[in-house]
Write a protein that binds this ligand. Structure first.
Ligand SMILES: [Zn+2]
Length: 80
């Protein structure tokens, strides 16, 4: 099994679809909504190109994982 096959299997278990499927549909792998409408900065768009996760979901995940980051690192939606 190559790395991409492993990543596809993990994404299928975690999100019910692969990153390639999410990118091909233009949706976020996490919330399944159109990704461009939920990516508000260039950084957020780049994140979607890397992870298939929209900026809003990525920011929510980051804040759940480390609530202190909100006071140290501004949310992406506030960076222009
Ligand atoms: Zn999302």
């Amino acid at each position: 099994m190559n790395l991409q096959s492993l990543l596809d299997k993990l994404a299928l278990v975690a999100f019910g679809m692969t990153q390639r499927e999410a990118w091909s549909k233009g949706i976020c792998i996490e919330c399944k909504q159109p990704a461009l409408s939920k990516c508000h900065t260039g950084i957020g768009c780049n994140e979607y190109r890397i992870s298939a996760i929209c900026e809003e979901c990525f920011d929510a995940w980051r804040e759940r994982r480390d609530p202190a980051c909100k006071s140290v690192i501004p949310a992406r939606s506030t960076i222009q």
